[in-house]
Ligand binder design. Structure first.
Ligand SMILES: [Zn+2]
Length: 55
């Protein structure tokens, strides 16, 4: 599992659940863990918390 921003390795906990937020230790980016029905893990960008998406 690699960071989508800086490609550093992100350690995903063995008990990670679908939708869990993981954070890259290198660049601090947060990603939402997506676990498919077949158990394949992937990351998708998490919507930034605290950022104003209004308007
Ligand atoms: Zn990163």
């Amino acid at each position: 599992m690699n960071c989508l921003e800086c490609y550093a390795e992100i350690k995903v906990p063995a008990d990670a659940i679908d939708g869990e937020i993981v954070t890259c230790n290198e660049c601090g980016s947060s990603f939402e863990l997506d676990i498919s029905e077949t158990g394949v893990l992937s990351l998708k960008p998490a919507e930034s918390v605290g950022e104003d998406w209004g308007e």
